[in-house]
Design a protein around this ligand. Structure first.
Ligand code: BTN
Length: 317
C-alpha cells in the first residue's frame, strides 16, 4: 500500500535509512520500496545508497509537490500542494477543494492553464514555462481588509522576484512590472457572507520561463517574462517556495498586528504614485494624479473635481 509517510521522511533532503522509515512508520521494507518506485515514476529523483538509505534530490525548476515543500520554510502555506500538468484554471480547482473543506494554505499549481482567469473578467494566457498557482486562505479578517490582503501578495511576490536579481515595481493594485511591462498578475476571488470571509483564493500568475512570443498579440507588447529580463531560466521551484514563505510571514503579521508593514513595503515599490493615470473602474473612466495608497489599501487619485478613492479598477500609467 503506498504510504505518504515515506514522502514525509524524504522531505528533510538527507539520507534516511529504509530501516528507520520502516521502524518509525510501522511499515514493511517492501512497502517503502514500492512507494519509492512510484515516486520515481512520478518524476522524483530519489538516490538510494547502500547503508545510507534514500534521499530525495530536488531538481532545478522541478515543480513536484515534495520538491516545493522541501524548499520552503513556510509551515501552513503549501503544506498541501496539488500539481496539475494541465488544467482549466488553478482557481477553479482550488475552489472545489475549498468547498470540500481543504485547509488554509492549500496550493494548486498548473504547468499550463487552458482557461486562465485574469482580473475584471479577462482571460489570462498561461503557457508552459510560467508559474501559475492558487493559494487558499481562510482569513480571520473583515471584508474591508481584503484590498490590503491583495497588496500583501504583491509585496511577497515582488520581494521574491527581487531576490532573483530583477528590478520590479508595483502597479496598483498588484501588477508587477519590469521595465514598464507586466511580469506578474494577481487575482483574488472571495467567498463571503455578510462580513464573514469564508475563503479567499489568491491566484498568482508569473511569466517565468518562456518568451513573450508565446503570448497572444494583444498582450505581447505590454508583457515580459523573468527569463527575458534575466537572460536565463529561473528556478520556479525556489521562487514559489520563497513566495509561500514570505507571504505566510506577512499574513501572520498582518492578522496579528495589522497591515502597516505591508502598506509601507508596497508604497516603497510603487510605480503608480506620482503618475498621471487613467483608471477604469466599473465602467467609469477617471483621470488624475495618483497621490498614494491609503491605509485601507485604496488608491488616492487627485482629479479635477477633487480627491477620490478607488477601491477596484485598472490603472493605465
Ligand atoms: C491579472 O489579471 O493580472 C491577474 C492574473 C492572475 C492569473 C493567475 S494564474 C494562476 C491563477 N489561476 C488563474 O486562472 N488565474 C490566476
Amino acid at each position: 500500500m503506498p504510504s505518504p509517510i515515506v514522502d514525509e521522511f524524504l522531505l528533510g533532503g538527507d539520507f534516511v535509512s529504509g530501516e528507520e522509515i520502516a521502524r518509525k512508520a510501522g511499515i514493511s521494507r517492501t512497502a517503502i520500496f514500492k512507494r519509492v518506485r512510484a515516486m520515481r515514476k512520478a518524476g522524483y529523483v530519489i538516490e538510494a545508497s547502500k547503508g545510507r538509505g534514500y534521499r530525495l534530490v530536488p531538481r532545478f525548476d522541478g515543480l513536484l509537490p515534495l520538491e516545493i515543500r522541501m524548499r520552503s520554510r513556510s509551515r501552513q502555506f503549501g503544506a498541501s500542494i496539488v500539481v496539475m500538468d494541465s488544467g482549466d484554471s488553478t482557481q477553479n480547482h482550488l475552489r472545489s477543494l475549498a468547498l470540500s473543506g481543504a485547509p488554509e494554505g492549500t496550493v494548486v499549481v498548473a504547468l499550463e492553464q487552458t482557461s486562465g482567469k485574469g482580473r475584471m473578467g479577462r482571460s489570462w494566457s498561461s503557457p508552459r514555462g510560467g508559474l501559475w498557482f492558487s493559494l487558499l486562505l481562510r482569513p480571520s479578517l473583515q471584508l474591508r481588509d481584503l484590498p490590503k490582503l491583495t497588496l500583501l501578495f504583491g509585496v511577497a511576490v515582488a520581494e521574491a522576484v527581487e531576490e532573483l536579481g530583477v528590478d520590479v515595481c508595483l502597479k496598483w493594485p498588484n501588477d508587477l512590472l519590469v521595465g514598464g511591462k507586466k511580469v506578474c498578475g494577481i487575482l483574488m476571488e472571495t467567498s463571503a457572507e455578510l462580513d464573514r470571509v469564508e475563503y479567499v483564493l489568491v491566484g498568482v500568475g508569473i511569466n517565468a520561463n518562456f518568451l513573450t512570443t508565446s503570448l497572444p498579440e494583444d498582450v505581447r507588447s505590454k508583457s515580459t517574462t523573468l527569463s527575458e529580463a534575466l537572460g536565463k531560466k529561473i528556478d520556479r521551484c525556489g521562487l514559489i517556495a520563497r513566495i509561500l514563505e514570505l507571504s505566510e510571514e506577512l499574513y501572520r503579521e498582518a492578522q496579528e498586528d495589522g497591515f502597516e508593514n505591508v502598506l509601507n513595503a508596497w508604497r516603497s515599490r510603487s510605480c503608480t504614485t506620482g503618475r498621471n493615470v487613467t483608471v477604469m473602474s466599473f465602467g467609469n473612466v477617471l483621470k488624475g494624479t495618483a497621490v498614494g495608497i491609503d491605509e485601507d489599501g485604496s488608491l488616492l487619485l487627485e482629479t479635477e473635481s477633487g480627491r477620490v478613492r478607488v477601491y477596484s479598477g485598472d490603472v493605465i500609467l
